[in-house]
Write a protein of this length. Structure first.
Length: 428
């Protein structure tokens, strides 16, 4: 593969954008080399600035569940743009997508739209603190809820890559209110609650972790968190920015059968445009301004273009629920194919998968939390990443990420991907 134009564009970008990117994980720091610059994308394929076609397993980190440039989404945005792009005033389409989201997701009466997953999670925590009148939160090592100060305490995703458990700029005053637990370790959560009696407002968790690779909750873990929250007047926040409208219509709450008190969304809900959201019962959401005292706002929140993209996306998912099984089946097929190819070449690995989220770890251990995820052989991962890229397959440029399967992938694409794994495995 030739990447001359991407490299030239990267050099230019670095002169005016820190690190040449607007989000660190795109910079290939975890795998080395220059990032790929995309010219356009359609369906399951990316077309980079050097004319290479790549099968895409990132899909903008989740939103492109129906494929890139999906016509109903594009058309909705184009038509809406012709009528104006932003008003800073309420519009009917905000109510339409809110009604649809409330119909699709369990346990929510109301939803507030914002502009990113970070904003959704930050606002959800503020709401939990305002509702319970308590200050502390519990998050899990390796989980990533965006770059709000309270979350940058041993966060996952790109923050892991930079080895900065507590990002500079996050004050001790903020950090002291964030308590860190081990994912899948209920006893650890219990001990933290007992050591901070009546001080914890919420537990925020990725119900299926996707920012240290894909890590499913062990049996009883989420149910145990639910019971602890009920017993100690703590709100349970499911960060469904990745899992929402991906694992099922009703996300992880529906798939795993555990009720959250507040749910956050991003990615799929915006159909590829900047949208985040958080939702809960009316009893909780009515604490938000202008109804209640918990302040939260945004100039472009509920932006008509973003709402048009999100409404088109959610409408198609709502009307075609078989999509969720289809992408889960494709992910299972891919899992079996990759595992077979790596086993054939005696490559030590573990593959985690939930629905249409999957990750490959080059370690024999079962990956259940940040510590076990961090044991993966990153040198092998780097070679695997670049080998797959050379074969026209674009996977997450970090071992601490999840691959996202799009319905636009055909079984021929999956076979091409599996064949690439077989070819690359020989070089590992
Ligand atoms: P954004 O602010 O990036 O829209 O969402 C933050 C966020 C919150 N919660 C979860 C579970 C998330 O996965 C994310 C963002 N995901 C990363 C990918 N691991 C976004 C990629 C990036 O940072 O560029």
């Amino acid at each position: 593969m030739i990447y001359q134009r991407s490299s030239a564009l990267f050099a230019a970008a670095q002169k005016v954008i820190p690190g040449g990117v607007n989000s660190p994980v795109r910079a290939f720091k975890a795998v080395g080399g220059d990032p790929i610059f995309v010219k356009e994308a359609k369906g399951a394929y990316l077309y980079d600035e050097d004319g290479n076609r790549l099968i895409d397993y990132i899909n903008s980190w989740g939103p492109m569940i129906l494929g890139h440039a999906h016509a109903p989404v594009v058309n909705a945005v184009v038509e809406k743009a012709k009528k104006g792009t932003s008003f800073g005033m309420p519009t009917e389409i905000e109510t339409q997508i809110a009604e649809l989201a409330v119909a699709m997701v369990p346990n929510i009466d109301k939803i507030r739209f914002v502009n990113s997953g970070t904003e959704a999670c930050m606002s959800a925590v503020r709401l939990a603190r305002g509702y319970t009148k308590k200050d502390k939160i519990i998050k899990f090592a390796g989980c990533y809820h965006g770059h709000s100060d309270s979350f940058l305490i041993q966060a996952g995703s790109g923050a892991i890559t930079f080895g900065s458990p507590n990002s500079p700029g996050v004050t001790q005053g903020t950090a002291q209110d964030t308590l860190l637990a081990r994912y899948n370790d209920l006893d650890h959560v219990k001990s933290i609650i007992n050591s901070n009696k009546n001080e914890i407002a919420c537990i925020i968790i990725e119900p299926v972790a996707g920012n240290m690779g894909c890590i499913p909750p062990v049996k009883g873990f989420l149910e145990g968190l639910r019971s602890l929250c009920d017993a100690h007047n703590i709100l349970l926040i499911f960060d469904e920015v990745m899992t929402g409208f991906r694992l099922a219509q009703g996300g992880a709450q529906e798939l795993l059968g555990v009720d959250a008190d507040i749910v956050t969304f991003g990615k799929v809900i915006g159909g590829g445009l900047p949208v985040g959201a958080f939702a809960a019962s009316s009893a909780i959401m009515n604490h938000l301004a202008p109804l209640g005292p918990v302040y939260q706002a945004g100039t472009l929140s509920g932006n008509p273009l973003a709402m048009a993209a999100g409404l088109a996306m959610l409408t198609e998912l709502h009307e075609n629920p078989d999509i969720f099984k289809s992408i889960a089946d494709k992910t299972e097929y891919l899992h079996k194919g990759i595992a077979g190819a790596l086993e054939q070449h005696n490559i030590t690995h573990t593959i985690n998968r939930v629905g249409s989220m999957i990750s490959v770890h080059f370690d024999k251990e079962t990956i259940v939390d940040f510590d076990t995820a961090a044991k993966g052989n990153n040198n092998t991962f780097k070679k695997f990443f670049h080998g797959m890229l050379e074969n026209g397959i674009y996977i997450a440029p970090s071992a601490f990420e999840t691959w996202f399967i799009t319905e636009a992938l055909t079984y021929d694409d999956l076979d091409e991907t599996i064949a690439a794994v077989d070819k690359v495995a020989k070089t590992l």
